[in-house]
Write a protein that binds this ligand. Sequence first.
Ligand SMILES: *Cc1c(COP(=O)(O)O)cnc(C)c1O
Length: 359
Amino acid sequence: MGPSASLDLSALRHNLQRVRECAPNSRIFAVIKANAYGHGMLRAAAALADADAFAVARVEEGVKLREAGFQQKLLILEGFFNQQELAAASHHQLELAIHQTEQLETLKQQPLDKPVSCWLKVDSGMHRVGFQPDQALDAWKAVSQLSSVAGEVGLMTHLANGDDLGDPTSKAQFDRFLPLAKACGTRISIGNSAGILGWPDARTDWVRPGIMLYGASPFINGTGADDGLKPVMTFQSRLIAINHYPKGSPIGYSGTWRCPEAMPVGVVAVGYGDGYPRHAPAGTPVLLNGRRVPLVGRVSMDMITVDLRNQPEAKIGDPIVLWGAGLPVEEIAGLTGTISYELFCGVTGRVEFIEREAH
Ligand SMILES: *Cc1c(COP(=O)(O)O)cnc(C)c1O
Protein backbone atom coordinates (compact mmCIF):
# COMPACT_ATOMS: atom_id res chain seq x y z
CA MET A 1 0.00 0.00 0.00
CA GLY A 2 3.03 2.31 0.13
CA PRO A 3 3.95 4.84 -2.51
CA SER A 4 5.47 3.88 -5.83
CA ALA A 5 6.98 5.61 -8.82
CA SER A 6 5.61 4.05 -11.96
CA LEU A 7 7.97 4.66 -14.87
CA ASP A 8 6.69 4.64 -18.44
CA LEU A 9 9.77 3.63 -20.41
CA SER A 10 8.03 4.11 -23.75
CA ALA A 11 7.49 7.76 -22.75
CA LEU A 12 11.24 8.06 -22.23
CA ARG A 13 11.83 6.86 -25.80
CA HIS A 14 9.05 9.10 -27.10
CA ASN A 15 10.68 12.11 -25.47
CA LEU A 16 14.06 11.21 -26.99
CA GLN A 17 12.31 11.16 -30.36
CA ARG A 18 10.96 14.67 -29.57
CA VAL A 19 14.56 15.81 -29.08
CA ARG A 20 15.42 14.43 -32.52
CA GLU A 21 12.45 16.23 -34.09
CA CYS A 22 13.40 19.55 -32.47
CA ALA A 23 17.11 19.31 -33.26
CA PRO A 24 17.27 17.06 -36.35
CA ASN A 25 20.83 18.03 -37.20
CA SER A 26 22.24 17.55 -33.72
CA ARG A 27 23.67 14.56 -32.00
CA ILE A 28 22.34 13.84 -28.54
CA PHE A 29 23.97 13.48 -25.15
CA ALA A 30 21.10 12.04 -23.09
CA VAL A 31 21.67 13.55 -19.64
CA ILE A 32 21.21 10.85 -17.02
CA LYS A 33 23.06 12.45 -14.08
CA ALA A 34 21.69 12.38 -10.54
CA ASN A 35 20.31 8.89 -11.01
CA ALA A 36 18.59 10.05 -14.21
CA TYR A 37 16.81 12.84 -12.35
CA GLY A 38 15.59 10.29 -9.82
CA HIS A 39 14.33 7.81 -12.42
CA GLY A 40 17.22 5.32 -12.10
CA MET A 41 20.42 5.82 -14.10
CA LEU A 42 20.97 2.28 -15.37
CA ARG A 43 17.30 1.84 -16.19
CA ALA A 44 17.26 5.13 -18.13
CA ALA A 45 20.49 4.27 -19.93
CA ALA A 46 19.01 0.96 -21.07
CA ALA A 47 15.79 2.62 -22.25
CA LEU A 48 17.71 5.39 -24.02
CA ALA A 49 20.27 3.14 -25.70
CA ASP A 50 19.40 4.85 -29.01
CA ALA A 51 20.84 8.16 -27.89
CA ASP A 52 24.14 9.05 -29.55
CA ALA A 53 25.82 9.32 -26.15
CA PHE A 54 25.19 9.86 -22.46
CA ALA A 55 26.19 12.67 -20.13
CA VAL A 56 26.50 12.57 -16.34
CA ALA A 57 27.88 15.08 -13.86
CA ARG A 58 30.67 13.12 -12.18
CA VAL A 59 33.33 10.54 -12.98
CA GLU A 60 31.83 8.20 -10.39
CA GLU A 61 28.55 8.11 -12.32
CA GLY A 62 30.41 7.39 -15.54
CA VAL A 63 32.35 4.54 -13.95
CA LYS A 64 29.08 3.03 -12.73
CA LEU A 65 27.72 3.06 -16.27
CA ARG A 66 30.88 1.46 -17.65
CA GLU A 67 30.87 -1.20 -14.96
CA ALA A 68 27.26 -1.99 -15.86
CA GLY A 69 28.43 -2.61 -19.42
CA PHE A 70 27.37 0.58 -21.21
CA GLN A 71 29.91 1.29 -23.94
CA GLN A 72 28.42 4.46 -25.41
CA LYS A 73 30.30 7.68 -25.65
CA LEU A 74 30.00 9.26 -22.23
CA LEU A 75 30.59 12.88 -21.22
CA ILE A 76 31.41 13.98 -17.67
CA LEU A 77 29.84 17.45 -17.39
CA GLU A 78 31.90 18.60 -14.40
CA GLY A 79 35.09 16.94 -15.55
CA PHE A 80 37.50 15.41 -13.04
CA PHE A 81 38.25 16.72 -9.54
CA ASN A 82 41.59 14.97 -8.83
CA GLN A 83 44.26 12.64 -10.22
CA GLN A 84 42.40 9.45 -9.31
CA GLU A 85 39.38 10.61 -11.23
CA LEU A 86 41.48 11.55 -14.23
CA ALA A 87 43.07 8.09 -14.20
CA ALA A 88 39.62 6.49 -13.97
CA ALA A 89 38.36 8.66 -16.85
CA SER A 90 41.28 7.55 -18.98
CA HIS A 91 40.88 3.92 -18.02
CA HIS A 92 37.12 3.91 -18.73
CA GLN A 93 37.35 6.25 -21.72
CA LEU A 94 35.08 8.96 -20.33
CA GLU A 95 35.01 12.31 -22.11
CA LEU A 96 35.84 15.21 -19.86
CA ALA A 97 34.63 18.78 -19.65
CA ILE A 98 37.64 20.96 -18.83
CA HIS A 99 36.54 24.16 -17.15
CA GLN A 100 39.55 25.52 -15.28
CA THR A 101 43.34 25.85 -15.49
CA GLU A 102 43.87 23.47 -12.55
CA GLN A 103 42.44 20.66 -14.65
CA LEU A 104 44.63 21.67 -17.57
CA GLU A 105 47.73 21.53 -15.35
CA THR A 106 46.86 18.05 -14.08
CA LEU A 107 46.25 16.88 -17.64
CA LYS A 108 49.66 18.24 -18.59
CA GLN A 109 51.52 16.51 -15.77
CA GLN A 110 49.80 13.20 -15.22
CA PRO A 111 50.74 10.23 -17.41
CA LEU A 112 47.64 8.37 -18.60
CA ASP A 113 46.89 4.80 -19.77
CA LYS A 114 45.04 6.07 -22.77
CA PRO A 115 44.44 9.62 -24.03
CA VAL A 116 41.09 11.17 -23.07
CA SER A 117 38.58 13.12 -25.17
CA CYS A 118 37.85 16.60 -23.91
CA TRP A 119 35.39 19.44 -24.22
CA LEU A 120 36.42 22.92 -23.16
CA LYS A 121 33.72 24.56 -21.08
CA VAL A 122 33.23 28.26 -21.78
CA ASP A 123 31.51 30.60 -19.34
CA SER A 124 29.40 32.66 -21.74
CA GLY A 125 27.32 34.20 -18.94
CA MET A 126 26.20 31.54 -16.46
CA HIS A 127 29.11 32.44 -14.15
CA ARG A 128 29.36 29.08 -12.51
CA VAL A 129 32.19 27.17 -14.20
CA GLY A 130 34.10 27.64 -17.43
CA PHE A 131 36.83 29.67 -19.04
CA GLN A 132 36.03 33.31 -19.72
CA PRO A 133 35.47 33.99 -23.43
CA ASP A 134 38.66 36.06 -23.71
CA GLN A 135 40.78 33.19 -22.35
CA ALA A 136 38.97 30.34 -24.00
CA LEU A 137 40.78 30.33 -27.34
CA ASP A 138 44.18 30.03 -25.64
CA ALA A 139 42.89 27.37 -23.28
CA TRP A 140 41.39 25.44 -26.19
CA LYS A 141 44.71 25.54 -28.03
CA ALA A 142 46.58 24.47 -24.91
CA VAL A 143 44.29 21.48 -24.30
CA SER A 144 44.36 20.56 -28.00
CA GLN A 145 48.15 20.28 -27.93
CA LEU A 146 48.40 17.86 -25.03
CA SER A 147 49.54 14.36 -25.87
CA SER A 148 47.17 12.98 -23.23
CA VAL A 149 44.19 14.44 -25.10
CA ALA A 150 42.61 12.40 -27.88
CA GLY A 151 41.11 13.88 -31.02
CA GLU A 152 39.59 17.26 -31.54
CA VAL A 153 38.65 19.22 -28.42
CA GLY A 154 34.99 20.32 -28.43
CA LEU A 155 33.61 23.56 -27.11
CA MET A 156 30.59 23.74 -24.86
CA THR A 157 28.62 26.30 -22.91
CA HIS A 158 25.45 26.37 -20.82
CA LEU A 159 22.49 28.75 -20.88
CA ALA A 160 21.69 30.59 -17.65
CA ASN A 161 18.20 31.91 -18.46
CA GLY A 162 17.09 29.56 -21.22
CA ASP A 163 13.92 28.80 -19.28
CA ASP A 164 12.63 32.33 -19.94
CA LEU A 165 11.97 32.86 -23.65
CA GLY A 166 11.60 36.61 -23.16
CA ASP A 167 14.96 37.07 -21.46
CA PRO A 168 17.80 38.63 -23.51
CA THR A 169 20.59 36.76 -21.67
CA SER A 170 20.57 33.73 -24.00
CA LYS A 171 21.12 35.92 -27.07
CA ALA A 172 24.04 37.62 -25.30
CA GLN A 173 25.48 34.18 -24.53
CA PHE A 174 25.24 33.10 -28.19
CA ASP A 175 26.94 36.35 -29.19
CA ARG A 176 29.86 35.60 -26.88
CA PHE A 177 30.14 31.91 -27.67
CA LEU A 178 29.48 31.50 -31.39
CA PRO A 179 32.38 33.69 -32.67
CA LEU A 180 34.71 31.73 -30.43
CA ALA A 181 33.35 28.47 -31.81
CA LYS A 182 34.01 29.78 -35.29
CA ALA A 183 37.60 30.69 -34.38
CA CYS A 184 38.23 27.17 -33.07
CA GLY A 185 36.36 25.48 -35.91
CA THR A 186 35.49 22.53 -33.72
CA ARG A 187 32.33 20.65 -32.68
CA ILE A 188 30.19 22.62 -30.26
CA SER A 189 27.44 21.95 -27.73
CA ILE A 190 25.01 24.47 -26.26
CA GLY A 191 21.43 23.29 -25.87
CA ASN A 192 20.00 21.81 -22.72
CA SER A 193 16.24 21.11 -22.85
CA ALA A 194 15.33 24.80 -22.86
CA GLY A 195 17.82 25.45 -25.64
CA ILE A 196 16.56 22.53 -27.72
CA LEU A 197 12.90 23.52 -27.39
CA GLY A 198 13.16 27.28 -27.37
CA TRP A 199 16.40 28.61 -28.85
CA PRO A 200 17.32 27.64 -32.43
CA ASP A 201 20.91 28.88 -31.96
CA ALA A 202 21.35 26.29 -29.21
CA ARG A 203 20.66 23.36 -31.59
CA THR A 204 24.34 22.82 -32.24
CA ASP A 205 26.44 19.79 -33.29
CA TRP A 206 25.64 18.23 -29.96
CA VAL A 207 22.72 18.91 -27.59
CA ARG A 208 22.34 17.89 -23.95
CA PRO A 209 18.69 17.23 -23.05
CA GLY A 210 17.87 16.34 -19.46
CA ILE A 211 14.49 17.29 -18.07
CA MET A 212 12.62 16.99 -21.37
CA LEU A 213 13.59 13.31 -21.60
CA TYR A 214 11.66 12.78 -18.39
CA GLY A 215 8.64 14.56 -19.86
CA ALA A 216 8.71 17.85 -17.96
CA SER A 217 9.00 21.35 -19.34
CA PRO A 218 12.14 23.42 -18.75
CA PHE A 219 10.14 26.63 -19.13
CA ILE A 220 8.67 28.89 -16.49
CA ASN A 221 4.92 28.19 -16.45
CA GLY A 222 5.21 25.51 -19.14
CA THR A 223 4.15 21.87 -19.01
CA GLY A 224 5.71 18.99 -20.90
CA ALA A 225 2.46 18.44 -22.83
CA ASP A 226 2.84 21.92 -24.40
CA ASP A 227 5.94 20.60 -26.14
CA GLY A 228 4.59 17.16 -27.00
CA LEU A 229 6.39 15.44 -24.14
CA LYS A 230 4.97 12.57 -22.10
CA PRO A 231 5.50 12.17 -18.36
CA VAL A 232 7.75 9.23 -17.53
CA MET A 233 7.23 9.13 -13.76
CA THR A 234 3.85 8.83 -12.10
CA PHE A 235 4.30 9.16 -8.35
CA GLN A 236 1.39 7.45 -6.69
CA SER A 237 0.09 5.92 -3.50
CA ARG A 238 -3.20 4.87 -1.91
CA LEU A 239 -5.88 6.07 0.44
CA ILE A 240 -5.29 4.27 3.74
CA ALA A 241 -8.02 5.82 5.95
CA ILE A 242 -11.17 7.93 5.73
CA ASN A 243 -12.26 9.76 8.86
CA HIS A 244 -15.22 12.03 9.58
CA TYR A 245 -14.63 15.08 11.78
CA PRO A 246 -16.93 17.77 13.16
CA LYS A 247 -16.74 21.40 12.11
CA GLY A 248 -13.69 23.18 13.54
CA SER A 249 -11.50 20.07 13.95
CA PRO A 250 -7.78 20.80 13.46
CA ILE A 251 -6.08 18.44 10.99
CA GLY A 252 -2.50 17.26 11.44
CA TYR A 253 0.60 18.84 13.01
CA SER A 254 0.04 22.26 14.58
CA GLY A 255 -3.58 22.25 13.45
CA THR A 256 -2.80 24.61 10.59
CA TRP A 257 -6.03 23.64 8.83
CA ARG A 258 -9.47 23.32 10.44
CA CYS A 259 -12.54 21.64 9.02
CA PRO A 260 -14.91 24.41 7.84
CA GLU A 261 -17.83 22.01 8.34
CA ALA A 262 -18.39 18.41 9.34
CA MET A 263 -16.54 16.51 6.65
CA PRO A 264 -14.61 13.41 5.57
CA VAL A 265 -10.81 13.62 5.53
CA GLY A 266 -8.76 11.04 3.64
CA VAL A 267 -5.28 9.88 4.59
CA VAL A 268 -2.78 9.01 1.86
CA ALA A 269 0.33 6.91 2.48
CA VAL A 270 2.94 9.37 1.26
CA GLY A 271 4.98 12.06 2.99
CA TYR A 272 8.22 13.94 2.88
CA GLY A 273 9.99 10.71 3.86
CA ASP A 274 9.08 9.56 0.36
CA GLY A 275 9.93 12.80 -1.37
CA TYR A 276 6.55 14.50 -1.36
CA PRO A 277 7.41 18.16 -0.69
CA ARG A 278 6.76 19.17 2.91
CA HIS A 279 5.98 22.72 1.86
CA ALA A 280 2.97 21.71 -0.23
CA PRO A 281 0.27 24.13 0.94
CA ALA A 282 -3.37 23.31 1.63
CA GLY A 283 -5.12 23.17 -1.73
CA THR A 284 -2.30 21.37 -3.57
CA PRO A 285 -4.16 18.84 -5.74
CA VAL A 286 -3.82 15.08 -5.77
CA LEU A 287 -5.77 12.83 -8.13
CA LEU A 288 -8.22 10.38 -6.62
CA ASN A 289 -9.91 8.16 -9.18
CA GLY A 290 -9.07 10.72 -11.84
CA ARG A 291 -10.54 13.66 -9.92
CA ARG A 292 -8.65 16.40 -8.14
CA VAL A 293 -8.92 16.63 -4.39
CA PRO A 294 -7.08 19.23 -2.31
CA LEU A 295 -4.45 18.56 0.31
CA VAL A 296 -5.37 19.84 3.78
CA GLY A 297 -3.11 20.28 6.82
CA ARG A 298 0.63 19.75 6.96
CA VAL A 299 2.56 17.11 5.07
CA SER A 300 3.98 14.60 7.58
CA MET A 301 6.85 12.19 7.05
CA ASP A 302 4.66 9.25 6.05
CA MET A 303 1.19 10.65 5.41
CA ILE A 304 -0.81 13.49 3.93
CA THR A 305 -4.46 14.37 4.51
CA VAL A 306 -6.94 15.34 1.80
CA ASP A 307 -10.40 16.91 1.68
CA LEU A 308 -12.88 14.25 0.53
CA ARG A 309 -16.01 16.43 0.45
CA ASN A 310 -16.33 16.08 -3.33
CA GLN A 311 -15.53 12.34 -3.26
CA PRO A 312 -18.38 10.59 -1.42
CA GLU A 313 -17.56 7.30 -3.14
CA ALA A 314 -13.91 7.23 -2.11
CA LYS A 315 -12.84 4.09 -0.29
CA ILE A 316 -9.78 2.77 1.46
CA GLY A 317 -7.30 1.36 -1.05
CA ASP A 318 -8.20 3.79 -3.84
CA PRO A 319 -5.17 4.86 -5.89
CA ILE A 320 -3.90 8.42 -5.62
CA VAL A 321 -1.66 10.21 -8.09
CA LEU A 322 0.68 12.80 -6.56
CA TRP A 323 2.14 13.87 -9.92
CA GLY A 324 2.61 12.40 -13.37
CA ALA A 325 -0.07 11.06 -15.73
CA GLY A 326 -3.09 13.36 -15.35
CA LEU A 327 -1.44 15.76 -12.92
CA PRO A 328 1.51 17.75 -14.30
CA VAL A 329 4.56 17.69 -12.06
CA GLU A 330 5.17 21.34 -13.02
CA GLU A 331 1.92 22.30 -11.29
CA ILE A 332 2.97 20.66 -8.03
CA ALA A 333 6.44 22.22 -8.36
CA GLY A 334 4.91 25.67 -8.86
CA LEU A 335 2.68 25.32 -5.80
CA THR A 336 5.56 24.14 -3.63
CA GLY A 337 8.08 26.78 -4.68
CA THR A 338 10.40 24.48 -6.58
CA ILE A 339 10.98 22.94 -10.02
CA SER A 340 10.13 19.54 -11.44
CA TYR A 341 13.84 18.63 -11.39
CA GLU A 342 13.96 18.81 -7.60
CA LEU A 343 10.73 16.88 -7.10
CA PHE A 344 12.04 14.07 -9.33
CA CYS A 345 15.45 13.99 -7.62
CA GLY A 346 13.80 14.02 -4.21
CA VAL A 347 11.89 10.73 -4.49
CA THR A 348 13.52 8.61 -1.79
CA GLY A 349 14.83 5.06 -1.64
CA ARG A 350 11.80 3.95 0.34
CA VAL A 351 9.61 4.33 -2.74
CA GLU A 352 9.09 1.27 -4.92
CA PHE A 353 10.02 1.82 -8.58
CA ILE A 354 7.90 -0.01 -11.14
CA GLU A 355 8.76 -0.10 -14.84
CA ARG A 356 6.00 -0.28 -17.41
CA GLU A 357 5.53 0.13 -21.14
CA ALA A 358 2.67 2.27 -22.43
CA HIS A 359 -0.67 0.53 -22.77
C1 LIG B 1 22.12 19.09 -16.22
C2 LIG B 1 22.74 19.69 -17.42
C3 LIG B 1 22.06 19.64 -18.65
C4 LIG B 1 20.63 19.18 -18.81
O1 LIG B 1 19.77 20.27 -18.50
P1 LIG B 1 18.19 20.18 -18.63
O2 LIG B 1 17.72 21.53 -18.23
O3 LIG B 1 17.74 19.14 -17.66
O4 LIG B 1 17.88 19.82 -20.03
C5 LIG B 1 22.75 20.08 -19.77
N1 LIG B 1 24.02 20.58 -19.67
C6 LIG B 1 24.67 20.67 -18.50
C7 LIG B 1 26.04 21.22 -18.45
C8 LIG B 1 24.05 20.24 -17.34
O5 LIG B 1 24.69 20.34 -16.16
